[in-house]
Design a protein around this ligand. Structure first.
Ligand code: 3HC
Length: 329
């Protein structure tokens, strides 16, 4: 049976070698870790960091697409886009709730996003310049997100794994609706096809970067893999994504903007050209083309919503006081 750790004078679990070994054995046996279980502080912190960043990415990810709701080319496209953007908001909320089970509040996480301490996905710092970008985001960005997130349904932390099951079902619909938009454009007029190609040219490399730095430069991968938070490394997932996406582009008659992309018979996958890591780190460090706008939009939403949070709190307090009064009668 899993042995809970000794509790030290500060109320925290003492991370004795026996406790760490028992925790690792539990992870190795594929038992889910739940909120009330003792866990190493590093495990808890890694999850708060990753789930928090993931939640922020879902919420910030609403902005580039929300930008096109009023300009969708038909009622049908508008309804699908509205639903997709709302789904992303829902994903953010499940993920904030999952992170809250680890003893962090949504307020703390939001403050960290707004003051730049917490990251969100690099991809959402790029602008959506044409309607084709809405298709390409669904196809590539949601496609990359699914590739990364399906393994997270098997993450060792129960609340994160369970939240990801519904998220992945919805992301799958997002990917298909995006691919269908791009297919419509690719089979449309020459101008529409050119718009789809231009969009692919701009989004391909940022999508490839979404998976994070190469394994040799990934600070957290080894430990996250050992704890079964991550099930595949950044490079493994990037390779799976490229291998799945190249035939999709071929089917559309579009060209992936990488002259070095070539099938490698020996490894059974595509080789690709070098990734511009300077661009990636510039964007991650807050200097992406839309970074300032994205954070400003989140800050405005947070400030504008203050009265709602205050009213909800006042209402909850009033109800609690009424319940206590009734109980005391
Ligand atoms: N954008 C921004 N930061 C990134 C990044 C990216 N694409 N890739 C890596 N980083 C950051 C990491 O967060 C880490 O910074 P930190 O130490 O300050 O937290 C640093 O770069 C080093 O990277 P590592 O590889 O060591 O980090 P991880 O082991 O955490 O791996 C990850 C990075 C693969 C993104 C992993 O955190 C992960 O799988 N996260 C969950 C999924 C997620 O957050 N996806 C974001 C997109 S969600 C989305 O796309 C919404 C959908 O609706 C489209």
């Amino acid at each position: 049976m899993y042995s809970q750790g000794l509790i030290g004078a500060d109320g925290r679990t003492e991370e004795t070698p026996e406790f760490l070994a028992a925790f690792q054995a539990r992870v190795d046996a594929e038992q889910k870790i739940e909120p009330n279980d003792d866990m190493p502080e590093g495990y808890r912190r890694t999850l708060v960091r990753q789930i928090g960043q993931h939640a922020h990415s879902e919420i910030v990810g609403m902005l580039p697409e929300g930008n096109w709701i009023t300009r969708a080319p038909s009622l049908r496209r508008k309804a699908a886009l509205l639903a997709k953007v709302q789904d992303e908001g829902g994903h953010g909320l499940y993920l904030y709730s999952a992170a809250e089970t680890l003893g962090v509040t949504r307020k703390q996480m939001t403050e960290e996003l707004l003051d730049g301490r917490a990251k969100y996905s690099s991809i959402f710092n790029y602008p959506t310049l044409s309607w084709a970008d809405i298709g390409t985001i669904g196809w590539l960005v949601d496609g990359a997100a699914i590739m990364n997130q399906i393994p997270l349904c098997r993450c060792s932390y129960g609340p994160y794994a369970r939240a990801m099951i519904r998220v992945c079902k919805e992301e799958s619909f997002h990917q298909r609706q995006g691919y269908e938009i791009v297919m419509t454009l690719a089979r449309g007029t020459p101008e529409q096809k050119a718009m789809a190609q231009d969009s692919l040219n701009r989004w391909w490399w940022p999508s490839i970067m979404m998976f994070g730095p190469h394994d040799a430069d990934s600070q957290h991968s080894d430990q996250s893999m050992a704890w079964k938070i991550k099930r595949f490394t950044n490079d493994e997932l990037r390779q799976k994504f490229i291998d799945a996406t190249v035939p999709q582009a071929e089917f559309l008659g579009l060209t992936i903007p990488d002259p070095e992309l070539k099938w490698n018979e020996e490894k059974g996958g595509y080789d690709h050209g070098p990734i511009d890591w300077d661009e990636f780190w510039r964007v991650v460090k807050g200097f992406g083309p839309c970074a300032r706008d994205r954070v400003a939009a989140r800050k405005k939403a947070w400030d504008d919503g203050e009265w709602v949070r205050e009213a909800a709190l006042a209402h909850a307090e009033k109800r609690r006081a009424r319940k206590l009064a009734v109980a005391a009668e």
